[in-house]
Ligand binder design. Structure first.
Ligand code: AMP
Ligand code: MG
Length: 340
């Protein structure tokens, strides 16, 4: 090796060394969650800066907590047409499409119900059945009317909450940004939403742990992948307890209640962050049987890992070979789901 190095020009040796030291990583807080970003190779430092700026930009555009965001302006204008940014218009159209595809299991119009529960506030509460029944008529993505010139009209009382799709969308934007910056190796984790770009710079696959919803210090298994979005929805990610009962932030839009489908987590592996995010939320709401039926019949290209409350971990056949469960710490029954 030494002999080989000695015949390389100095500039090339410096370049080889630089490739290692050019790796850049950061942890930031945006979109109400902790985000870890790692970018590898030449140009990594600049791409990392660009990625951070993009995430803060999207936070300002899409956050419902920020009263100055474009989403807040849209919600405040419910009942009349509001001209929105083209990007928001397109994302809401995509969200409404996933709502239709999932028979309303995914619904960005769940906002009034989220407010009643106040999961993100200081005093989360359990709304009464009567209160939820009063709010349910406001929910349904068909209550979003898409007009000309990026104009949207929300029906009176309706509001949108992009919390179930925004981080996945953000990972798609980072993929575009890395492509523009000439980055071929990166891994980002946006609060449970992971995107692995290409393979690692040493040529090996990225290894992404799927968290154990019963014990977040452990995992269900490890996925070895390249160029994929791995997105998880789980009741364990945001919750509160009241009188011995756990209430979490994923809502069944048909009842307004916490989605208790028997699933503890749903992970989607696909080529689109936006789709993966919408589907992980929807599959969690659907539960095992409907989720498998959806996987088989929807025509959408994705794989999934589902963990239920009876000790089963289901994974679809596309993940066979890439889902390593040998290091899982807890005893689950692992079942591969065939396409037919
Ligand atoms: P996720 O972690 O992607 O499953 O998203 C959960 C977040 O999406 C919640 O914090 C809410 O902001 C929103 N949400 C909850 N239930 C739904 C639902 N059924 N459809 C769409 N968004 C939802
Ligand atoms: Mg989601």
């Amino acid at each position: 090796m030494k002999k080989w190095l000695s015949i390389l020009p100095l500039s090339l040796i410096l370049l080889l060394c630089a490739c290692q030291s050019n790796d850049a990583s950061a942890q930031i807080f945006a979109m109400d969650t902790v985000m870890d970003l790692t970018v590898q190779g030449s140009g990594a430092a600049q791409a990392l800066k660009d990625a951070e700026a993009e995430l803060y930009r999207l936070d300002t555009l899409l956050s419902r907590q920020d009263s100055a965001s474009a989403v807040s302006a849209l919600n405040e204008g419910a009942g009349s047409p509001v001209a929105v940014d083209e990007e928001l218009y397109n994302l809401l159209q995509t969200a409404a499409e996933y709502s239709a595809l999932t028979d309303g299991a995914f619904a960005v119009t769940v906002a009034p119900i989220m407010d009643a529960w106040d999961f993100t506030g200081e005093h989360p509460r359990v709304p009464s059945r009567a209160e939820l029944d009063n709010l349910l008529p406001l929910v349904g993505d068909e209550r979003i009317a898409f007009g000309a010139s990026n104009t949207i009209t929300l029906e009176q009382g309706t509001a949108v909450d992009l919390g179930g799709i925004a981080k996945g969308y953000a990972s798609d934007r980072l993929a575009d940004l890395f492509a523009a910056d000439g980055i071929s190796s990166a891994m980002v984790s946006l609060g449970g939403n992971v995107y692995v770009r290409g393979a690692k710079s040493d040529g090996s696959l990225w290894r992404v742990a799927v968290e154990d919803p019963n014990d977040t210090a452990a995992y269900l298994g490890v996925l070895s992948l390249q160029e994929k979005f791995i997105i998880t929805s789980g009741g364990y990610q945001r919750y509160f307890e009241r009188d011995g009962v756990t209430y979490y932030h994923i809502i069944d839009p048909k009842t307004g209640d916490v989605a208790r489908s028997g699933l503890l987590s749903a992970t989607v592996v696909s080529n689109s962050g936006t789709m993966g995010d919408a589907l992980s939320t929807a599959l969690f709401v659907m539960g095992y049987e409907k989720a498998v039926q959806f996987w088989r019949t929807s025509g959408l290209d994705f794989d999934m890992v589902l963990c239920d409350d009876s000790g089963h971990v289901y994974y679809t056949e596309g993940l066979e070979g890439s889902f390593d469960t040998s290091l899982a710490e807890h005893a689950y029954e692992y079942i591969c789901i065939p396409k037919n």
